[in-house]
Design a protein around this ligand. Structure first.
Ligand code: FO1
Length: 324
């Protein structure tokens, strides 16, 4: 079994590569739910849906999230009434949130509903929300020296939900702190700790270390379960040559006092991962990474094509099995 600690887009791309080199039924993704939000009375799970749509080859390739061939009539109607239309919910995507919300209201839990949705898309891999309890990544905004149209002069110290930071303000504002609301009371969903304990290899996907990976590890018991498997944990750096490939991972690391580089990622991940896969662009950092107590493996990590994603999947599995 290959267990993958997963956020959104980067994790979805790696998973799409992994399922081309191993039996998809052997893959379990433990997925972040800290990005989730309630909007229009609906429960929305961006990371679960991004992975589902990507693996079903239904995701919009340009956005990396949401469905291709989407229309936006419903949100236009909401906007017409002055309702909240800043979070882009497409008309087909809304069907997912309607179904999930109804099933949760009927008393089904998020593990069961996620299973129903992935099965409906014909996926063989298992997606597990890290918890079925409430978990919300909250972002405290820092001093914005260049207020723009996306951050209407908000004072430093304002705390907003993750999507209000990431989408509504287009993450165009500095961050002073990130916390995971509900982490202290959340319990790992059934199967999560077993998926980590029983895996041949545990993979930390190239997701945002601060707002995708950290919230998963913030659920009591999860980080400890990873530390116990450290020798078999392989992480893939989301930072390449000092920059994030998508989203604010580099800026968030800097704003929160970490080095936005593969060395900064190595320092964050060394306690629970024995191996860090970095892109060839970071070959010269290999010895510094080693000094941080984590073994570097250098390979192409920019998944421009499904073939590169599959090759990266192969590298990750071999590294986890001590073959690379
Ligand atoms: N990201 C955006 O940048 N703008 C959006 O309007 C947006 C809407 C959206 C709707 C459903 C969904 O599943 C994801 C959506 N995302 C949007 C992406 C989402 O904010 C991120 O994928 C994750 O939360 C971070 O990985």
């Amino acid at each position: 079994m290959i267990t993958v600690i997963a956020g959104g887009v980067g994790a979805a791309r790696l998973l799409a590569g992994l399922v081309r080199v191993v039996d998809p039924a052997e893959v379990v993704a433990v997925v972040n739910v800290g990005d989730d939000l309630e909007l229009h009375g609906l429960r929305i799970c961006p990371d679960l849906d991004t992975i589902t749509y990507t693996l079903a080859d239904a995701v919009d390739p340009d956005r990396g999230w949401g469905l291709r061939d989407e229309s936006w009539q419903a949100m236009e109607m909401v906007g017409r009434y002055g309702g909240e239309s800043w979070f882009g919910l497409g008309d087909r995507d809304l069907g997912t949130h309607l179904y999930r919300t109804q099933r949760l209201a009927e008393g089904a839990d998020l593990v069961a509903v996620t299973e129903e949705i992935t099965r409906a898309w014909g996926l063989a891999l298992r997606l597990l929300p890290v918890t079925t309890d409430r978990l919300r990544t909250m972002v405290t905004l820092g001093q914005d020296d260049a207020p723009g149209p996306d951050s209407p002069g908000l004072t430093a110290g304002t705390e907003v939900g993750f999507q209000e930071y990431f989408v509504q303000r287009r993450h165009a504002v500095p961050v002073a702190a990130v916390r995971v609301d509900g982490a202290d009371l959340a319990r790992p969903a059934p199967g999560v700790l077993e998926a980590i304990a029983d895996a041949d290899v545990v993979v930390v996907a190239p997701s945002n270390p601060i707002v995708s990976i950290a919230p998963v590890l913030a659920v009591p018991g999860v980080r400890r379960a990873l530390v116990a498997r450290r020798d078999d944990v392989v992480a893939v750096s989301p930072i390449v040559a000092g920059a994030a490939l998508k989203g604010p991972a580099d800026r968030l690391m800097t704003e929160l006092g970490h080095e936005a580089s593969v060395v900064g990622v190595a320092r964050l991940y060394a306690p629970f991962a024995a191996t860090l896969v970095v892109d060839e662009a970071d070959l010269d950092a290999a010895n510094i990474i080693e000094a941080e107590g984590i073994r570097p493996v250098v390979a192409p990590t920019v998944m421009r094509t499904p073939q590169i994603a599959a090759e990266l999947g192969r590298v990750v599995i071999d590294a986890g099995r001590g073959l690379a």
